[in-house]
Design a protein around this ligand. Structure first.
Ligand SMILES: [Zn+2]
Length: 444
């Protein structure tokens, strides 16, 4: 490895320590954290007792596998049983200084409480992640995520702590946001991948070339798999003339838990705050490194509401190979989709992101797509709706055939292709809805 450039890191000693040192740090933190959860939270005390496990039995990190899982349903149920924050909380309410809440798109919103110490920890590692993505005190950073109760909102304070000029933009209308970016010559912005795309296209429609007329050179994205799909990232980068860095976070854990460094080769985990397991969703046993499995997370320091073995429902893959940047933390190498979004078509597992990778590398297409799944005569039929690009003058049947072959090669699933005119599919401003599974209607 090359000599370390100390300006490359926020905390050089921590970020480049050996894997053995990471594991020892996690074990020390986990022992203390499980004890804190057991002593402070009625829920964890009952759950650990029911499973016949005690924090004192943790001798190595593998012992965590004896502890019970947690999921969104449990968090929601416990919150309803012991309002307003639920009995996973392990500190007195006077120690809680901040809550975020999930959107409630799949049920009642759940609150995520923080102590003052939790909040400071979060902002500090957010600064560390921004630093790893190349953000520096000379940058002007526009935070274009929702601030209303959303756990992504306070992440702006990480950029501010790092020393960047921080523009608390929030979710402005696109024209207004473009005006702000232009007026203040923002050099970095954080939004979702869909919105980054939408904003770039809106700029072009207004006669603004993001590459020439705006100063944005770094885009941070989160909230959808797109930022880790190289073809999607490449197209957003081409549109903006900027580097795109993917970030990953969960409202019930932290605003962002992992982010890309300047090498853009996976997302580095904040492993001194969150322990990662990747498990087979069926057997709940660990998968081999690099294989796809469900992401299960355990906080290591969050005092207000410890999160122990939270099943995220996200299907991911990870690596512990050292990164070219010199950081040694575990990296998320793919967020393949939600367990809930995983389609089973003719017995084959398929994620919308698998199709996205094919659709976005074809310059004859706009890159927008939707998957329609039907059951016809007891057989699944997948139709991929795509739009041809403006000015496309090839043969539609050739394009459809090419796409069919590529999707079959990439996913193993045979699909029909419906070729639509540009701007036909609905544009998502934030999270895109990519699947229309009509099979449920057949069964009802
Ligand atoms: Zn790296």
């Amino acid at each position: 490895m090359a000599l370390l450039d100390s300006d490359a890191y926020w905390q050089p000693g921590l970020e480049t320590q050996s894997r053995a040192a990471w594991r020892q740090l996690q074990l020390d933190l986990l022992r203390d954290h499980l004890r804190h959860a057991y002593d402070g939270s009625p829920y964890y005390r009952a759950a650990f007792d029911a499973a016949g496990v005690s924090p004192d039995q943790l001798r190595n990190l593998d012992d965590l596998r004896r502890f019970p899982f947690l999921d969104k349903g449990v968090i929601r149920d416990r919150q309803q049983a012991a309002p307003p924050f639920g009995d996973l909380v392990a500190v007195p309410e006077r120690d809680i200084v901040y809550i975020s809440a999930s959107s409630g798109s799949t049920g009642a919103p759940t609150a995520s409480p923080f102590t003052a110490g939790d909040f400071d920890d979060w902002i500090d590692y957010e600064a560390r992640q921004f630093w790893s993505s190349g953000l520096r005190p000379t940058d002007r950073y526009a935070h274009a995520l929702n601030f209303s109760l959303f756990v992504g909102g306070p992440c702006v304070l990480g950029a501010q702590k790092l020393g960047a000029l921080s523009i608390h933009a929030g979710t402005l209308p696109s024209e207004r946001l473009l005006a702000v970016l232009r007026q203040f010559q923002a050099t970095a912005i954080w939004t979702t991948p869909s919105y980054a795309w939408h904003l770039g296209e809106t700029a072009q429609k207004e006669g603004i070339d993001p590459k020439r007329d705006l100063a944005v050179r770094r885009l941070f994205v989160a909230g959808e798999p797109g930022g880790s799909i190289p073809e999607t990232r490449a197209r957003i980068e081409a549109l903006w003339g900027a580097e795109v860095y993917d970030y990953y976070g969960l409202s019930d854990v932290f605003g962002s838990c992992a982010g890309m460094c300047v090498e853009k080769d996976g997302l580095h985990w904040a492993e001194d705050h969150i322990l990662v397991e990747v498990l087979d969703p069926e057997t709940r046993e660990p998968v081999a490194e690099g294989e796809r499995g469900e992401l299960v997370l355990t906080t290591l320091r969050k005092r207000a509401r410890p999160i122990i073995r939270f099943r995220t429902g996200d299907i991911v893959s990870v690596t512990t190979e050292p990164c070219r940047c010199g950081r040694t933390s575990l990296r998320l190498t793919g967020v393949h989709g939600r367990l809930d979004d995983m389609l089973i078509i003719k017995g084959v597992n398929l994620f919308p992101s698998d199709v996205e990778a094919v659709v976005r590398q074809d310059a004859a297409l706009t890159g927008e797509y939707r998957l329609v799944v039907e059951r016809i005569d007891h057989l699944d039929r997948l139709t991929i709706e795509v739009e041809h690009a403006h000015g496309f003058n090839g043969h539609p049947s050739d394009l459809r055939d090419r796409l069919r072959r590529q999707v079959k090669a990439a996913t193993g699933v045979g699909a029909e292709v419906a070729l639509l005119a540009p701007d036909t599919l609905p544009r998502a401003v934030h999270k895109a809805k990519r699947v229309d599974d009509r099979r449920a209607h057949v069964w009802s």
